[in-house]
Design a protein around this ligand. Structure first.
Ligand code: CAA
Length: 258
């Protein structure tokens, strides 16, 4: 499939999507988000892919929704098209793991897109922010909700109310990103991490992802019951038998469903 706003690569069992509108710092235009959703659909449907990396350029993961495209929209326009829903949310509905590898700016919708992924690896130059308020609007793709869950009320409120950016070190301290790596290592490190996941049992990886995500959506009691049922169901997979047998026999597991 020919894309205009993204690049798509495969590295073994890892699918890589590179946001590629360098002149607009990867602003998330309608065209870009459509292609992103199509690429995610395609990797999701591809049995040879076990994990996905979403990244941008060194200067920008994405500097937000495309301001030039949305500036003149009316209330009726955004309401009727349910602006920033379908294609944007595809990253959060993907059942295979999606790692955001963020270098440079992840602002507004860019920060929100990164937070829709399963975890964020950040380069040392990464900058996260929700600056919508400085252009007379507010987060519209989950920023006020997901950022608050990641970093707590005080920091999220300050960032959403002032538009202040958080650097990579602060983002790691606050729990927004899982790790910070040198800029030049970011893509390789993300692919290496994704490969490690893709070598594991895909159904068990998917169940684990579902369980962790449930922690964002329910009470502790319900989440624990959900986790327990999924844990039990791993015992119905041949990969659980293989994984535990391999441990006992002191050899590497050969998972069948990866
Ligand atoms: N939309 C459209 N174009 C954008 C853009 C955006 N979000 N961000 C940057 N660009 C464009 C600029 O207009 C500029 O284009 P031209 O060369 O044609 O003028 C080009 O990208 C380079 O940008 P700058 O010259 O501004 O680069 P800089 O290095 O001086 O500054 C920046 C970088 C601080 C990221 C600055 O570009 C900026 O503040 N961008 C906007 C950030 C923002 O407000 N994002 C939130 C958008 S609203 C949103 O996302 C809503 C939501 O919740 C979904």
């Amino acid at each position: 499939m020919a894309y205009e706003n993204i690049l798509v690569e495969t590295h073994g069992k890892v699918g890589v999507i590179v946001l590629n509108r360098p002149k607009a710092l990867n602003a998330l235009s309608k065209g870009l988000t459509r292609e992103l959703a199509q690429a995610l659909d395609s990797f999701e449907a591809n049995d040879d892919i076990g994990a996905i990396v979403l990244t941008g350029s060194e200067k920008a993961f994405a500097a937000g929704a495309d301001i030039k495209e949305m500036a003149s929209k009316s209330y009726m326009d955004v309401y009727m098209e349910d602006f920033i829903t379908v294609d944007w949310e595809r990253a959060s509905t993907c059942r295979k793991p999606v790692i955001a590898a963020v270098s440079g700016y992840a602002l507004g919708g860019g920060c929100e897109l990164a937070m829709m992924c399963d975890f964020i690896l950040a380069a040392e130059n990464a900058k996260f922010g929700q600056p919508e308020i400085t252009i007379g609007t507010m987060p519209g793709a989950g920023g006020s909700q997901r950022l608050t869950r990641f970093v707590g009320k005080s920091k999220a409120m300050e960032m959403c109310l002032t538009g202040r950016m958080m650097d990579a070190a602060e983002a790691e301290r606050a729990g927004l990103v899982s790790r910070v790596v040198p800029v030049d290592d970011l893509k390789d490190e993300a692919i290496k991490t994704a490969s490690k996941i893709a070598d594991l049992s895909l159904p068990v990886v998917m169940m684990t992802k579902e369980a962790v995500n449930r922690a964002f959506e329910t009470t502790l009691g319900e989440g624990l019951r959900f986790e327990r049922r999924l844990f039990h169901s791993t015992f119905a997979t041949e990969d659980q038998k293989e994984g535990m047998a391999a441990f006992v026999e002191k050899r590497q597991p050969d998972f069948k469903n990866k």
